[in-house]
Design a protein around this ligand. Structure first.
Ligand code: GLU
Length: 480
């Protein structure tokens, strides 16, 4: 078989949907695994949906995710241009071919007539063939109307009573009746092609071997299969990826959470984690493994392991994966990722060494880089309040005098290592005849303001003697 060529063909609507990321990823993985070529093609023929800057944004987002394409905008191969609005003449030529072979026709419906038909179609739930009255016009009439500048579209002429069948790699044999398909517009009155025409023409001219895309395009596929036939072309192989669902099994929607890749990026999710997460939305490795790097996925991915049933987009799972990827990252990499959050919180004057200590202590406790700053705020600022529950639980009448005793031990320390802090706490507890917990919990409350965190001795050592003592002092006066 010829070399695998696949494409990711987004419409630049302004942002990359997580479903789009999955489509891009599966195409990327399929190309890599088969030593093939991945194209990026921009499907921007719907001028009403044009969004300034959307293409750049898309390319940036793909790069962030690590999904490099081989041909596309900015990476010319032999099959370009890769932006459909730059290929208008090509579509025009191909429409002429279909008109000549009688598989397409001009229709002169006014927008009002079309609206009328659309309503009727909705009511009857079957395709309306009324626009075919254009077929009653003589060739001469058509020429005259066109010459007079009458707005016209070109429609595909659906053959009657036919079963259009194709083999889908994911779904198996798929069949549609041509009677259920309307006479799809191929060329709009503005001279731009519709998705269907441009998509088929480009997939053919760009040598695409496999069309891997979301299930929402399945109903369009019989139209495409017919177009391939009208042109006398061999269709590519199709693989339609299962729908992405909300946890309640409805179609994934903005209303139930974020769907833009950028939104996850902005929240501090790692590209590795998001990619790992979407990889498993429809594909599985055949065993229990869940954590994969992109390189591992490149080796393992096959379309045969893509399932038919909808895949639930479970944000908790994404959180968990993000944590797993975070734990695997070197501290220095996390330091870089944390910087914007420090700046965002207005925290300056934090040395790299200090921040690396914070990262070391919190690495097992956070899910995202931003949490090194938000959860770990006590590393940067004295507590402004004290956790009410911890206070009720750990702050008794006898607590203050006990802490004062530990405090004087801390003041006497010449060095403030975790071991030094620990020995003061343990010695004081022994002298008081209590368990070390009787000091540790209230100390943590005064030093951090919260009930949970990394080991107190290490934490105090990182914060330092002066700050620890200041906070314990203040806690004693506030908490009494
Ligand atoms: N432009 C379509 C989209 O936005 C491409 C569908 C396809 O891959 O054929 O998803």
């Amino acid at each position: 078989m010829s070399r695998v060529r696949v494409r990711f063909a987004p419409s630049p609507t302004g942002y990359l949907h997580v479903g789009g990321l999955r489509t891009a990823l599966y195409n990327y993985l399929f190309a890599r695994r088969n030593k093939g070529v991945l194209l990026l093609r921009i499907e921007d023929t719907d001028r009403s949906r044009y969004v300034e800057g959307a293409v750049d944004n898309l390319i940036r987002t793909l790069a962030w995710a690590g999904l490099e394409y081989d041909e596309g905008p900015g990476k010319e191969g032999g099959a370009g241009p890769y932006v459909q609005s730059e290929r208008i003449a090509t579509y025009r030529t191909h429409v002429e071919m279909l008109l000549a072979s009688g598989n397409a026709y001009y229709a002169f419906d006014t927008p009002e007539e079309l609206e009328e038909m659309r309503k009727e179609q909705e009511k009857l739930q079957v395709p309306v063939r009324e626009y075919r009255r254009a077929l009653d016009l003589s060739a001469e009439d058509v020429r005259r109307k066109l010459a007079a500048g009458t707005p016209a579209v070109v429609r595909m002429k659906m053959p009657p009573g036919e079963t259009v069948a194709f083999e889908d790699i994911v779904r198996g044999n798929v069949e549609f009746s041509s009677d259920g398909l309307d006479d799809q517009v191929l060329l709009k009155s503005d001279g731009y092609p519709t998705y269907h025409l441009a998509n088929v023409v480009d997939d053919h001219l760009m040598g695409i071997t496999h069309v891997i895309r979301g299930e929402e395009w399945l109903p369009s596929t019989p139209k495409h299969v017919l177009l391939y036939r009208f042109f006398g072309w061999e269709p590519p192989l199709f693989a339609h990826l299962p729908l992405l669902l909300n946890p309640d099994k409805s179609k994934l929607s903005k209303r139930q959470g974020d769907v833009g890749v950028e939104e996850y990026r902005n929240k501090g999710f790692f590209p590795e984690a998001l990619v790992n997460f979407v990889a498993l939305l429809g594909w599985n490795p055949g065993d229990e493994r869940e954590i994969f790097t992109l390189q591992e996925l490149e080796k393992e991915f096959t379309l045969e392991r893509v399932g038919k049933s909808g895949a639930v987009f479970n944000v908790e799972k994404l959180n968990w994966m993000n944590t797993e990827h975070l734990r695997r990252k070197p501290d220095a990499a996390l330091l870089e990722l944390t910087r914007p959050f420090l700046a965002g919180a207005g925290i300056t004057n934090v040395s790299d060494g200090y921040m690396l200590d914070v990262i070391r202590l919190l690495k097992a406790r956070v899910e995202r880089p931003g949490e090194f700053v938000s959860t770990g705020m006590y590393f940067f600022r004295d507590p402004g309040s004290y956790d009410e529950q911890a206070r009720k639980k750990h702050w008794k009448t006898e607590t203050a005098p006990r802490l004062r005793q530990a405090l004087s031990g801390f003041r006497d320390l010449a060095s403030f290592s975790p071991g030094d802090v620990e020995s003061v706490v343990r010695t004081t507890a022994t002298v008081l005849g209590i368990g070390a917990g009787g000091l540790i919990h209230p100390l943590r409350l005064t030093v951090t303001g919260v009930a949970q965190g990394p080991g107190l001795f290490e934490l105090m050592a990182v914060i330092g003697k002066e700050t620890s003592i200041r906070r314990i002092d203040r806690g004693l006066s506030v908490l009494g």
